[in-house]
Design a protein around this ligand. Structure first.
Ligand SMILES: [Zn+2]
Length: 617
């Protein structure tokens, strides 16, 4: 038994069928422990293999002219990315180990060592994709049409699509170097100011305590009004204190973005986001338009919430206030059994992947001191196992998290079976499809067994998540669009102007049920995603694609075959083309409307249930 496994906790007597005894990661496929002599040996072979590739191809240019030679080079590159990559097993292993124990300086040191090593390799090997990008547009077709290169066609298409906007090597180097001072340092400054703040807050037990910025944020969702309001006052006070700095910051990063776009000859501020994410602008445009036209759904949701909470309006910071209580408990073995049943009913391959993960020890289940919070599903190279980290405490949300992370895990395994290492991954726009798909089916199973009161609370919780993921993010995208456009027109935006724009777009999706409370004009100050320019559409696209697929599966269970095909496609083509092959057009508003219909259906059912329970007339 490797030293890191915490075994025992005999909570699972009688549950042996799923082997849930293994509750921490089994690293057997990587190393036997932190001091395994194989670590050093594997690093040496990584270095040898990387340099063999670099030495062979660095001084040649024939592969940029002859498709047959490029095929040979790509085969070798693919093999390297499959088995070694720049991090290898050592990088993956020590990264995972640091998430299990964040406070162990020895692990940190080991991770930093391999991280520095891999950065060097990465830099040395980068010439290869960069030079492919420089194949002249006139010659690109010749490579794309060469049948033996078929497996790499979309990999090349992705590189060529980005290269259209690339400048020369020296210019790119300058842009890269100045991005730290013109973008990231500014953004870090604002988030650093906020993270450094603390305030005395009254807690639920009536006592006052000093709380950090992130703790204050979660206190705003307290069930006690006094606590929520005190937290909101502190939160607004912090934002207002730093609003002037944030104004300077945001104007600078907007200016920097404008300069980059002009140099690259980019036609619209969100174009580079679409290019990097491998998503067609017409698809994103259809998404934004369809969701905005149905903001009525989110407005109705907030109105329903005010009626259930018996208030006239919600203050801005109260929009996530919970309705009801959900205190059912799901010990891990029971959660696994539940999720497994749902997977089995959907498709055999899903439940057997879950069985395999559990049998192989690919889960780290319970919270411990030093372990990171939250949950994730990790993968790096195709040759390495997927690992899932949970912090299971038995709440309903923990069951959904298990389903969510397993969705990512299933996605990985299906891609692994069908794709090469250069297509191993998911585009950002569809990364959350599998996870939310599984979550929703598990939630439906849970609701079957819940009584009406509990069901109402669960449905309200679900709607809150969906409204935030779909409507709020699209409202944010539209805020960003107008922000860039106004900045480009006016040259500078005051914090008041930014605040007005922000409130306008938030009000558009929330309606009258939520106040524009004093202070809420500054909430853009801490919204970090607007600094990653137009990233937020991907939350909405992932969930809505998932909803649209659910809609089709509910109508015809055989559609799950298409879902499986989609999930195994990885990066082998653009989302638009992958769906087109399944007979689905995602640039058609109809597709997005189907997903929105599912949300509206849930809202209608929730309203009917609330009336049935006599919550209002
Ligand atoms: Zn996820």
């Amino acid at each position: 038994m490797p030293f890191f496994a915490i075994d025992g906790e005999d909570i699972i007597s009688g549950e042996r069928t799923y082997g849930v005894k293994q509750i921490t990661w089994n690293f057997g496929k990587l190393f036997s422990g932190d001091n395994d002599p194989a670590i050093e040996k594997k690093r040496q072979s990584l270095e040898k293999k990387s340099h063999a590739f670099i030495n062979k191809w660095h001084d040649r240019s024939d592969y940029l002219r002859a498709p047959a030679i490029l095929k040979q080079a790509l085969d070798e590159y693919e093999l390297w990315r499959r088995q070694y990559g720049s991090e290898g097993d050592e990088g993956y292993y020590f990264w995972l180990r640091t998430t299990q124990n964040q406070n162990d300086p020895k692990l940190k040191a080991k991770f930093n060592t391999i991280d520095n090593f891999s950065k060097k390799i990465e830099n040395d090997i980068q010439f290869f994709p960069l030079r492919i990008a420089k194949i002249p547009p006139k010659k690109q077709g010749q490579f794309l049409r060469y049948p033996p290169l078929n497996a790499y066609r979309h990999y090349l298409e992705r590189i060529f699509a980005e290269s259209k906007y690339l400048l020369g090597e020296p210019e790119e180097k300058i842009l890269n170097l100045k991005s730290t001072t013109s973008h990231s340092n500014w953004v870090k400054m604002t988030s650093g100011f906020l993270a450094g703040e603390e305030r005395q807050i009254v807690l639920e037990n009536g006592e006052k305590e000093k709380k950090s910025f992130s703790e204050i944020q979660s206190l705003m969702n307290s069930k006690k009004r006094r606590v929520r309001d005190a937290a909101a006052d502190a939160f607004n006070d912090i934002l207002s204190k730093h609003a002037d700095a944030a104004e300077a910051e945001l104007n600078s990063v907007l200016a920097n973005k404008k300069v980059d776009d002009e140099l690259r000859n980019v036609s619209r501020p969100d174009l580079m986001r679409h290019v990097t994410d491998d998503i067609d602008s017409e698809v994103v445009d259809a998404l934004i338009k369809t969701v905005s036209e149905r903001f009525g759904i989110s407005c109705r949701y907030y109105r329903l919430k005010t009626r259930l909470l018996k208030v006239k309006r919600l203050k801005y910071h109260e929009r996530n206030r919970e309705y009801g209580t959900i205190n059912t408990s799901y010990p891990y073995p029971q959660a696994v059994r539940l999720v497994r049943t749902v997977f089995q009913n959907l498709d055999d391959s899903f439940s057997s992947i879950l069985d395999r993960f559990i049998g192989n020890g690919q889960f780290d289940v319970y919270p411990r001191k030093g372990k990171v919070s939250g949950a994730f599903c990790a993968h790096l190279l195709m040759s390495q196992p997927t690992y899932i980290l949970l912090n299971h405490t038995g709440r309903l949300n923990d069951v959904l998290t298990l389903a969510h992370e397993m969705g990512h895990g299933i996605n990985n395994e299906l891609i692994r079976e069908k794709q090469n290492a250069l297509n191993f991954g998911t585009p950002i726009s569809t990364a959350e499809v599998a996870s939310t798909f599984m979550e929703d089916f598990v939630l439906q199973e849970i609701m079957k067994k819940a009584d009406d009161e509990l069901r109402l609370s669960i449905m309200m919780m679900r709607l809150n998540d969906e409204v935030s993921t779909i409507f709020r993010q699209i409202a944010c995208y539209r805020f960003e669009q107008e922000l860039h456009q106004q900045f480009r027109q006016k040259g500078y935006l005051s914090k008041e102007e930014i605040g007005r724009l922000f409130q306008k777009h938030m009000a558009a999706y929330m309606g009258d049920a939520v106040e524009r409370s004093p202070g809420s004009e500054n909430w853009w100050v801490y919204w970090s995603h607007i600094r990653s320019f137009f990233y937020v559409y991907s939350y909405a696209s992932g969930l809505l694609i998932s909803k649209s697929l659910q809609h089709s599966v509910k109508k015809d269970p055989k559609f799950i075959g298409k879902v499986r095909n989609f999930l195994s496609a990885g990066l082998s083509d653009s989302p638009k083309n992958i769906f087109a092959r399944l007979g689905v057009d995602i640039s058609d508003e109809q597709f997005w409307n189907k997903g929105l219909d599912e949300v509206e259906k849930l809202l209608n059912e929730t309203t009917t249930l609330a009336k049935k329970l006599g919550k209002f007339r």
